[in-house]
Design a binder for this molecule. Sequence first.
Ligand code: 2M8
Length: 436
Amino acid sequence: MKEDIINRAKDVLDANFQEGGFTIPSKGLYPFQWKWDSGFIAIGLAHYNTDHAKKEIETLLNAQWDNGFIPHIVFHTDDDSYFPGHDFHRSDLHPLSSKKYKSTGMTQPPVTGFILQDMLNIVDDKEDMLNFIEEQIDKVYDNHVYFYENRDPQNEGLVYIYHNWESGTDNSPVWDDIWNTMNPPEYTFERKDTTHVDASQRPSKREYDHYLYIIDIAKQNNYDDAKIAELSPFLVQDPLFNAMLIKSNQALIDLYGLIGGNEDKIKRLLNWQSKSIKCFNEKLFDSELGAYVHYDLRNERAIRHITSSSFSPFFANIPNAERAKTLVQTMMDKFGGEDKYLCASFDPTDERFNPRKYWRGPVWINMNWMLYIGLKNYGFTNMASQIRKDSIELIERYGFFEYFDCRKDTGDEKSTGYGGDNFSWSAALIIDLLKG
Ligand code: 2M8
């Protein structure tokens, strides 16, 4: 059974691998290279095709801008089956954007640091991988410099995102609080996602109006970070994004240590690290909810809802032992129970929860993978095993879908997985969970 899933997962990844040396997340729905997808995909590939794993990271980092920024989508090909495409995003407006690759002008969670470290841990030929890492690591470091220098206007050690697409958790109910502060124009455009996936599983047209409007503001200012910090109606310190930055900081410290030299970089990383962890704990923990939450920097207030991102600090070793216990208790109370698969992406007890709609409730394999590792490292073995088991069961039951209903009994015999099928990171991370 285990070997069968691994082989099927490899088939999914191989079918999604493109001539240009990168893997699309899912045929039809997502026809380009996405930043954090590529990272997760490289982990799966590292288990059986090191060359492809390296290529995946190389092609992503090749699209880096001269200011260290790494975009969230790299448009390697002209494909009009996705909206909004490069002609809407117009990365060329930024003076330091890549001249070679068209991309978006926004980013995604900074996974690349910890991905390089994971790749090294997975492969047999450590020397070869360490050479590869040595070639690439400064690009990842420069990306962290970009974040700390441009995305932290109050110099707190916490970086902001200026668009919900930067979070990766696109239509999380958390963003509803921000949409309530905005009134964007009605855009006329042709949705492409809903030709691939039923509209009930995707964001609404009105949500897309908000998404496009924020991009328009950034474009009017040529994607200038200082202007965005001043003007964007969306400016959020996201626990998931910052946890990934902290996890990647640590990976860079460890990897530079292995490579040798680079004392200045290590020192700088260590400074960021202690400041970031301290502020993360002071600012983003909500003791009444017993969980980490998002902070709306534009409107200076916490967004008090629990999501799977609330638990992401486990992954980056952020909570102390006592707080970790509180956090796991919250997870059990709100997201756990015999009738549910772990871990819903949004609090199932919250009225905004929707079990089948994208990031408003469904289980996602990348979040489960991260929570599994975090909980295991903290010694919460039962909870970690449960997450691993549930992830495998979901894939066995439904296939390599993008997301899944967390209810074990949906009352509907015809229920399936949701979103895109043959979804790359679901395949890649199941390989890692099964081999790990
Ligand atoms: C989803 O996001 C894209 C926009 O970036 C979309 O809906 O068109 C998200 O789930 C995101 O986290 C993911 O990276 C991307 C590709 O899988 O799809």
